[in-house]
Design a protein around this ligand. Structure first.
Ligand SMILES: [Fe+2]
Length: 206
């Protein structure tokens, strides 16, 4: 693997209005995601080739194998790099609604139904202390989907899980439009979730 590069956005910055505002999207992508990308590359330059040459999913899944001196930076910036690319691609204009098919079945099996899942995801993610992400993740060991709150940029991959759908609740994701009203931001975010993409991720994870 060469250096990681900032992925292009799959839609214009204003495409998710009014739920996510264009100015926030642009800063989030061009400043925050770019910074994680650059700092991941810098941290990997200090790692042995056997680590550096892996793709970021493998690096995060095997975070314990990263040398002590670089592990914190790789965990933070590698998570930031991967989480945000999943975030952009997990949303679309005209998204929202409910999942169907295998994803709906998996959510039903783990949470009792979509309404129960949405309630748990929203309420638990809203009270994450400080910065972090709420995730729907797939557990290869149990064969089930589960909810996870993760601090800062730590990826569910570091716990052996496959991230399927993440909601970024760092203030940089919502402060310009929602200020301190994180629950309002989460409510709006559901309107842009791309359930087809999340279902495809589940299929790949299985
Ligand atoms: Fe973010």
């Amino acid at each position: 693997m060469g250096k990681h590069t900032l992925p292009e956005m799959p839609y214009p910055y204003d495409a998710l209005e009014p739920h996510l505002d264009a100015r926030t999207m642009e800063i989030h992508h061009t400043k925050h995601h770019q910074a994680y990308t650059d700092k991941l590359n810098a941290a990997l330059e200090a790692c042995p080739a056997e680590i550096r040459d892996r793709d970021v999913e493998a690096i995060l899944s095997g975070i314990g194998g990263v040398p002590d001196a670089q592990r914190g930076a790789v965990n933070f910036n590698g998570g930031g790099y991967d989480n945000h690319r999943l975030f952009w691609a997990g949303m679309k204009p005209g998204g929202g609604g409910e999942p169907g098919g295998a994803l709906a079945d998996a959510i039903g099996a783990s949470f009792g139904g979509f309404a129960e899942f949405k309630q748990k995801f929203s309420s638990t993610t809203a009270v994450i202390q400080g910065s972090g992400w709420g995730w729907l993740a797939y557990s290869p060991s149990s064969g089930k989907v589960e909810y996870r709150s993760m601090p800062n940029q730590t990826s569910p991959r570091t716990e052996g899980l496959v991230p399927l759908l993440g909601c970024d609740v760092w203030e940089h994701a919502y402060y310009l439009k929602y200020q301190n009203r994180r629950p309002d931001y989460i409510s709006a975010w559901w309107n842009v979730v791309d359930w087809d993409e999340v279902d495809a991720r589940l299929a790949r994870a299985r």
